[in-house]
Design a protein around this ligand. Structure first.
Ligand code: PEP
Ligand code: MN
Length: 338
C-alpha cells in the first residue's frame, strides 16, 4: 500500500504512521520527497487491512500496489534505478557491456580474454567458476580456484568481475573474490539462494529461468530486494520454446515490458539467447533498439578450444567488431556507453 501524506504533514506524523505499520508486523518504507512524503506498507494483505489510515488527518491519499511484486515495481519507485559494477553502469541512460568466457578455465585463458575485452573499452569481465552443466560429465568449472584466478586477473587489469553462484554455501567466497553475483537461469527460483544474495550489498545479475514468466522473474527479484539489496540487474537470456533451430528463443518483448513495470535495469544475453555466434551481433543491436541497459556477451581468446559454450563464444575480432557496431545503436537510444 502507498500512503501519500498531505503537503503540510510533518516528520512526527510520518513517524506515527511508520510505527503503526511496524507494530502490525509489516515492512515500513519512508520516502520523503520535495513536495510530499510517501510511505509504503508491505506485507500480508490482511494486516494491511488493519492499518485504518483513512481518517488520519496527515494522510492525503491511499493507493494499493496492484502488482504482485512491490519493491521492484514502478508503482512504488517510478524513477529508473542505476546499478554499478565497478566502473560499469546500468540503467537511467547508462549502458555497459559485460564480456568474457563462459567459464574460467585457467589463468592464461582468463587473462588473455580479459585483455581483449579491455582493449575494446569493456569495464566488466564475466566467467563462471561454478558451472551448472546439463551433463555431469561436462566441465564443472574450477570452483574456488577459478574465483582466485578471477580475483587475480581483476587486480591486474582493473576490470570488475561477475561470476555465478550456485549454492548458498558459496555466497561468501563469491562475495570475497568477485564484484557481482550472477544467479543463473537454473537457479532463478532457488529462493534460499535469492535470500542469501539479498543479504549481501554486492550487485546481483538475475537471469530469467528457462521456463519462467516475466512475473516470476520480477518476483524472484523481489526476494533479493526485500532482503535489503537494491542492486539487482535483470537479464533476459532466452526461454525454452518449441523452436529447435536456436538454443533458446530470445524474448525481447521482455525488455520493453519490464521497462513499463519495473525500475530495475535489464540487460540481454544474446549468447545463451541464440547459442550461435553469428546471431550474437544482430540480436545485440535488436536488444539495444528495444531498450536494454546493457549486454552480457561470451567471448574467448580461442573459442575452438573453449571448455564450455565455444559455439556461441565470439572470436576476438568478432568481439571488437561488435563493440564498434553497437555504438550508433546505443547513441540512437539516447544512452551513454560506459
Ligand atoms: C552462463 O552465463 O554461462 C550461464 C550458464 O547462463 P544461464 O544461467 O543463462 O544459462
Ligand atoms: Mn555459458
Amino acid at each position: 500500500m502507498i500512503i501519500i501524506l498531505k503537503p503540510n504533514a510533518g516528520k512526527k506524523d510520518a513517524d506515527e504512521i511508520l510505527n503503526k505499520i511496524e507494530s502490525l508486523g509489516l515492512k515500513p518504507l519512508y520516502m520523503p520527497g520535495v513536495e510530499r512524503t510517501v510511505i509504503g506498507a508491505l506485507g500480508d494483505e490482511r494486516k494491511i487491512g488493519k492499518l485504518h489510515l483513512e481518517n488520519n488527518p496527515a494522510v492525503d491519499k491511499i493507493n494499493p500496489i496492484l502488482s504482485p511484486y512491490k519493491l521492484v515495481s514502478r508503482e512504488l519507485y517510478p524513477k529508473d534505478t542505476v546499478v554499478s559494477i565497478g566502473k560499469a553502469k546500468f540503467g537511467r541512460g547508462n549502458f555497459s557491456v559485460i564480456a568474457g568466457p563462459c567459464a574460467v578455465e585457467s589463468y592464461d585463458q582468463f587473462l588473455k580474454t580479459a585483455l581483449i575485452i579491455k582493449e575494446s573499452g569493456v569495464k566488466c569481465l564475466r566467467g563462471g567458476a561454478f558451472k551448472p552443466r546439463t551433463s555431469p560429465y561436462s566441465f564443472q568449472g574450477l570452483g574456488i580456484e577459478g574465483l582466485k584466478i578471477m580475483h587475480q586477473v581483476s587486480k591486474e587489469t582493473g576490470l570488475s568481475t561477475v561470476t555465478e553462484v550456485v549454492e548458498v554455501k558459496d555466497v561468501e567466497a563469491v562475495e570475497e573474490y568477485a564484484s557481482a553475483f550472477q544467479i543463473g537461469a537454473r537457479n532463478m527460483q532457488n529462493f534460499r539462494l535469492l535470500t542469501a544474495v539479498g543479504q549481501s550489498k554486492k550487485p546481483v545479475i538475475l537471469k530469467r529461468g528457462i521456463a519462467a514468466s516475466i512475473k516470476e522473474l520480477l518476483l524472484a527479484a523481489e526476494y533479493i530486494v526485500s532482503e535489503g539489496n537494491p542492486n539487482v540487474i535483470l537479464c533476459e537470456r532466452g526461454i525454452r520454446t518449441f523452436e529447435q533451430a536456436t538454443r533458446n528463443t530470445l524474448d525481447l518483448n521482455a525488455v520493453p515490458y519490464i521497462k513499463l513495470k519495473s525500475h530495475l535495469p535489464i540487460i540481454v544475453d544474446p549468447s545463451h539467447g541464440t547459442g550461435i555466434r553469428e546471431l550474437v551481433a544482430p540480436m545485440s543491436k535488436a536488444a539495444i533498439a528495444c531498450g536494454a541497459d546493457g549486454l552480457i556477451i561470451e567471448t574467448h581468446f580461442n573459442p575452438k578450444a573453449a571448455l564450455s559454450d565455444g559455439q556461441q563464444s565470439l572470436f576476438p575480432e568478432q568481439f571488437n567488431n561488435l563493440m564498434a557496431e553497437i555504438k550508433p545503436f546505443i547513441q540512437s537510444s539516447n544512452k551513454k556507453l560506459i
